[in-house]
Write a protein that binds this ligand. Structure first.
Ligand code: T1G
Length: 706
């Protein structure tokens, strides 16, 4: 039974314990059973209080069942679903006897809403206590009364922050804003609860924990003008962060705004309507798909490694103190790993340390860390210009320049300096890891560990397997990536691996569009309008054209002419306009705009000069977007055909996490399937004829993705 009722010395206990699931869910069946229990409880006049508890460790309730939500295709089904939950929660709220939710783990979505319908909410000091309304991350809004009860409980502005951002907070944070009434230690909680109930009943402390709202918040919320300002500001902020691509936060805001001052029935009706409109949309369906993808890759282990015990990594050597090396050292120390940073001279090492420190300083500014913590973390990096200290490390991460000769030499050198069971990683973004493996004494210990820039922000790591990589090395790489809070995907060794290969075919096409007469900003805007976080030419400036050209040459060597760098790239590169790091690339990056993202970037006029006169063509936005996107789809199909990655899910998650491919599109392949693979094939054929270029040549495997 997902939910049961029992009495213990005049105390009612409603316990959630879903039999076949790791988490408790408010399935339709569970809600029906809860409804019956509440009917029964209503009649019991001798109960002192009712506790709502979970029988699961670390989980209170993870919300409504997403599998049921994704099946909803009609608005009336959506309204019914929300109203079914609302009706039960109203019944809970209307009980005369005090109700207390005891939250000793995650209470998300409907789980949080159930707690909000109780008279009191008690949390424990278990660090697994996480409370929030993450619905907008699934493209929907809280449908079991959250938009109505949360503002009433913690105030409008705090509630908006949680609901519109899909925020999940710790027990302590929840207590501070008044979402929890008490926080108790896990040990001895029963006695604490009995004492609390006595206090309630003796009406000594019936008052709920009030959030410590500031004067400004109170002012804004209490008067109509203040509220109008709050709603207006919030709407602007939502539009700024979602760029208008995600309808759920805006709809939630609209529902909360319109419901202000309405009675419960009216407010819940409007909430159910808002929920139903969102839940049937393709954006919600795509975001649910992304939820499943993320869940899958949280636990995925490469075949053959499932039963392998990964090695423990406490000390790591980082070779190369450039932007990547510095970023990697920062991430490692942040996660408690000691770092030995090596480069060829102390000036370079100084730069690496500065890179790490700069990231830490940002964290201090955002109050995520205290200055003394940063000092301690930075002290976990020791430095060297030789291989001294390498004997005691558990892992080496090489992050020197993208040059195979240099990398091979370094791998050969340090493999003689470390003990036999050390994991040897390269952070190359495109070079053959197998070659580096063969340069060492222990090819089985070598694996690619491809971080994305900026290391501290990008959530993905491509783990590159060579024919020599042992299962233990792979298992360790996967577990270590997770310890760094990154999502690892398995990629077989091949030029550019998965992400850069797909990304470069796209950026290169942007170069060709530029040659054909398109403006820099227009090309970028076509892709930001599609939902990419930045356009391809801005991305090229961010990465650096020197890096881009180098990778294109490597890809051309492996895969032929379709990766031949657009002429304009070669020319811009030879003019030294490398991008952000030089202050100039396709755009001008003055010092100010490097610091502040608010200043608008301007296109670099020198590019026009380099381009010379271009033939005036009729420019078709739709066609330009399709060319850039469909080439990515075709390349992804080739990666699947060549078994560079195992499946479509790896492509979709990799593209979202590695390139910021818009999650609301569901991933590259899911997007292609939604457009229709047949249509994409037709368009690629048309482009091949029109541009007389084999770069549009179809991958035979593409048709299989339909
Ligand atoms: N529905 C269905 N399955 C769920 C689920 C859910 N809400 N939550 C978790 N699971 C599955 C998950 O897929 C995985 O399955 C297993 O449970 C968890 O194991 C009306 C609209 C709770 C923090 O968005 O964030 O309420 O892979 O080992 O890492 O307003 O799962 O094992 O087959 O991954 O500790 C809102 C989503 C719903 C919460 C646990 N709720 N879940 O993570 O465990 S909408 C959410 C999570 C809603 C109302 C509405 C996490 C977790 P499998 P795990 P974990």
């Amino acid at each position: 039974m997902p939910v049961t009722f029992r009495t213990e010395n005049q105390l009612g206990v409603i316990e959630f314990n879903h039999p076949d699931s790791k988490v408790n869910l408010l399935t339709a069946d569970c809600l029906k059973k809860l409804d019956l229990i509440l009917e029964e409880v209503k009649e019991k006049e001798d109960l002192k209080a009712i506790l709502l508890v979970s029988g699961k460790k670390d989980v209170f309730i993870a919300g409504a069942d997403i599998k049921e939500i994704e099946k909803i295709t009609q608005t009336n089904e959506g309204e019914d679903k929300a109203q079914a939950g609302q009706k039960v929660f109203n019944k809970l709220e209307d009980l005369k006897v005090p109700t207390i939710a005891v939250i000793n783990g995650v209470a998300l979505g409907g789980g949080c809403e159930l707690a909000l319908a109780c008279r009191y909410r008690i949390g424990t000091f278990n660090p697994k206590v996480r409370i929030g309304l993450p619905e907008v991350n699934l493209g929907i809004l809280p449908g079991f009364g959250g938009t109505y009860r949360l503002p009433k409980t913690i105030g409008l502005s705090e509630a908006l922050k949680i609901i519109l951002a899909g925020k999940v907070i710790s027990g302590m944070e929840a207590y501070k804003i008044g979402l929890l009434d008490r926080l108790f230690p896990q040990v001895g909680i029963h006695e604490q609860l009995l004492k609390f109930i006595d206090e309630i009943l003796s009406s000594k402390k019936t008052k709920r924990n009030q959030s410590r709202k500031g004067f400004l918040n109170a002012f804004l919320e209490k008067n109509p003008l203040g509220r109008a300002i709050l709603f207006d500001q919030t709407r602007r902020m939502v539009l700024q962060t979602t760029k208008g691509f995600y309808p759920a936060p805006l709809k939630a805001l609209e529902v909360i705004k319109n419901n202000f001052g309405l009675n419960r029935n009216q407010a819940l009706k409007a909430e159910a309507k808002g929920f139903s409109e969102l839940v049937i949309g393709s954006i919600s369906k795509n975001l649910v798909k992304v939820f499943y993808l993320t869940e899958k890759f949280k636990k995925y282990m490469p075949p053959g490694t499932e039963n392998i015990l990964p090695k423990r990594i406490d000390q790591c050597a980082v070779i190369g103190a450039g932007v990547m090396g510095g970023g990697i050292a920062q991430l490692l120390t942040q996660k408690g790993v000691w770092v030995r940073m090596k480069d060829i001279d102390y000036k370079l090492i100084g730069n690496g340390l500065k890179t790490a420190e700069k990231i830490y300083k940002e964290a201090v500014k955002k109050r995520k860390l205290k200055p003394h913590e940063v000092k301690r973390k930075m002290a976990q990096i020791t430095t060297s210009i030789d291989y001294s200290g390498f004997k005691s490390v558990d892992m080496v991460i090489e992050a020197v320049v993208e040059n195979l000769e240099i990398k091979n030499k370094i791998f050969k050198e340090f493999s003689n300096e470390v003990s036999d069971n050390v994991i040897l990683c390269t952070n190359t973004s495109s070079l053959p890891v197998s070659a580096m493996a063969q340069a060492t004494r222990h090819p089985a210990n070598v694996v690619g560990f491809h971080f994305f820039n900026p290391v501290h922000r990008m959530p993905l790591i491509e783990v590159i397997k060579t024919p020599f990589t042992s299962a233990e090395t792979l298992a360790t790489a996967f577990q270590f990536a997770r310890r760094l809070d990154k999502t690892p995907i398995l990629v077989n060794d091949s030029a550019g691996f998965l992400i850069n290969r797909i990304l470069l075919i796209y950026i290169n096409e942007a170069g060709r569009l530029l040659e054909e007469g398109w403006k820099i900003q227009t090309i970028d805007q076509i892709m930001t309008d599609f939902g990419m976080p930045m356009g391809p030419l801005t991305l090229s400036d961010e990465v650096g054209l020197d890096v881009g050209i180098k990778v294109l040459h490597i890809l051309e060597q492996s895969f032929g002419a379709r990766f031949k760098a657009a002429q304009i790239f070669e020319r811009v590169y030879s003019n030294g306009l490398l991008g952000k790091k030089m202050g100039k690339g396709f755009y001008i990056h003055p010092m100010e705009s490097r610091r502040s993202k608010i200043l608008k970037r301007i296109a670099n006029k020198e590019i026009e000069k380099i381009l010379g006169t271009r033939s005036a063509q009729v420019l078709d936005h739709d066609e330009a977007r399709k060319r850039m996107l469909y080439l990515m789809v075709n390349e992804a199909a080739m990666c699947l055909e060549e078994k560079i990655v195992e499946d479509v899910d790896t492509v979709d998650l990799g593209m979202i996490m590695g390139t910021g491919f818009p999650p609301f599109q569901g991933g590259l392949i899911r997007y292609a399937q939604e457009i229709g693979i047949d249509k994409i094939i037709e368009d690629l054929n048309t482009f091949q004829d029109k541009f007389k270029s084999d770069r549009f040549k179809l991958c035979a495997h593409l048709a299989n993705l339909a």
